[in-house]
Design a protein around this ligand. Sequence first.
Ligand code: FAD
Ligand code: NAI
Length: 475
Amino acid sequence: MSKQFDVVVIGGGPGGYIAAIRAAQLGFNVACIDEWKNEKGGPAPGGTCTNVGCIPSKALLQSSEHFDHANHHFADHGISTGTVKMDVAKMVARKDEVVKQNNDGILYLLKKNKVTFFHGRGSFVKAVEGGYELKVAGAAEETVVAKQVIVATGSNARALPGVPFDEVNVLSNEGALRIGAAPKKLGVIGSGVIGLEMGSVWRRLGTDVTILEGLPTFLGAADEQIAKEAKKAFDKQGLKIELGVQVGDIKVGKKGVNVAYTNAKGEALELAVDKLIVSIGRVPNTIGLNAESVGLQLDERGAIVVDGDCKTNLSGVWAVGDVVRGPMLAHKAEDEGVAVAERIAGQHGHVNFATIPWVIYTSPEIAWVGRTEQQLKADGVKYKAGTFPFLANGRARALGDTTGMVKFLADATTDEILGVHIVGPMASELISEAVVAMEFKASAEDIARICHAHPSLSEATKEAALAVDKRTLNF
Ligand code: FAD
Ligand code: NAI
C-alpha cells in the first residue's frame, strides 16, 4: 500500500525544503524526497546551496579572507604575527563541518515541522485519480501518492563541450570546493559569480589565478560603474581577468591542464595551469525525474516550463528554483517555494522579481537590486543618479576598508528608487535596506530622511540617497 500525502516535494535544496516546511505549516501532510548523500552515504539535504554552493563557498571565502587580513592588514593595526601559515586541509575540514551543521539543521527542521523525509531519488510513475504516483529509489524502493507535487530538482554545472569534469584537474563547483592544497597556478573559465568567488579564495592563499572570460565586458549584469570599480580592485589584488577571449583546445595531462585561447586582440595564447575551474553557468536538472512518463513539459534548455505562479503544464504539479526560469539564486528558490505552498493552500503567494537582490561575496563585495544605469538608458527611463564613496565614510575608515561606493538611481520625476548598486565592505548586508525601500516603493528622499546609526556603513547608503538630490553632507 503506497503512502499518501497532500504535498510531495522532489528535491531538498532551498527551494524544496522551504516549500515543504511552509506547506506543513499550512496544515498539509507533506513529504520531501532528496537524494543528496554525504560521504558516508547518509542524507545531506540542502541541495547545491548547502553542499556545494552558497554555504561552503562562503566558508572558504571567510577563511581565506582571515588569512589575507593577517598577511596584509593586521600590521596596519599594530598587530605583528610573524609568518602566517594556512593549513588548507583544516580550512576544508572546517568548511565540511559548516556544511554538516546545515544538513543536520535542515533534517531537524523537517522533523520539527512533521515533514516525512525520504532519502533517495524521486521520479514520476503515472498520474492517478486525484494526484500522481511517485517512486522513491533509495536504500529501499517505496511508492508514494501525492495530491500536489512540487519539483525542486535544482541545477548542475555546465561543462565546456568535449571537456567533461573529472573533478581532479577540470573542476566544477564541486571539485573547486574540495581542492586540498593551494595550486601554484589556477585557471578559471568564466568571470561570473563562481569564477570571481572561487578565484578570490585561491588568490588570497597565494595561487596565481587567471580567469578567461568570453564576453568583452566585465560583469555585464552589474551596473557598469560598479563593475568598473570592482574590476579596478580585483586588478590591484592581482586577480588576472582576461576579457573577450575565445577558448580553444583544452588538453588535460597528468600534471595539469593546458588551455589554448585567442585573446581580445586576436593573439593565439596558451595557459598552463595545475587545475582548471569551469564556471560558465548552470543547467536545470531533471535527470531521473521521468518527466516524460506524465508529460511534464520542458523547454529547449531542459528547464521545466512554468507560468508566473510556478504552475507547470500539469494540474497539481508545480516547479520552483533553479529548475525553472529566472535567476539561479537560493533566495529566489526559497521565495518561490513559499509562494507555491501558499498558492496550494488557496492563498496569494507572491515573488517580486524586480526586487530580488544579487550579491557577489568577493572583497570588495558587490550587491545590487533593481535596474542598472545601462538598463534604464535602454528602457528610455529618465533618472537621477547619486553616488557616495566609502572613502568618505567614518566607519569604513575605522574598518580600514574604504574601497567602493553606494549608488542610487531614482526616477527623475517621482524620485522613486529604481536601483541601488553597491561595491564595498558588507555590501551583502547593506543591500537589504535598499530591497525593503524598493519593495515599499520608497523615494530616494525617504532614505535620505531616515536616521541612520553613526558611525555605520549604512550612512553611505543615506548619503548616496542624498547625492541623488546633490546634497551630500559628508562629501
Ligand atoms: P538545489 O539547491 O540544486 O537542490 C536540488 C536538490 O534536489 C538537490 O539536493 C538534489 O540532489 C535533489 N534532487 C535532484 N533531483 C532529484 C530527484 N529526482 N529525486 C530526489 N532528489 C533530487 N545562490 C545564492 O543565492 N547565494 C550564494 O551565495 C550562492 N552561492 C553559490 C555558490 C556556488 C558555488 C554555486 C554552484 C551556487 C551558488 N548559489 C548561490 C546558487 C544556489 O546554490 C542555487 O540557486 C540554489 O541551490 C537553488 O536551489 P534549488 O532548491 O532550486 O536547487
Ligand atoms: P555565471 O552565469 O555567473 O557566469 C558565467 C560566465 O561565464 C559569464 O560571464 C559568461 O559570459 C562566461 N562564459 C560562458 N561561456 C563561456 C566560454 N565558453 N568561455 C569563456 N567564458 C564563458 O555562472 P557561474 O559563475 O557558473 O555561476 C552559476 C550560477 O550560480 C550564477 O549565475 C548564480 O546564479 C549562481 N551563483 C550565485 C552566487 C551568489 O549569489 N553569490 C555565487 C555563485 C553562483
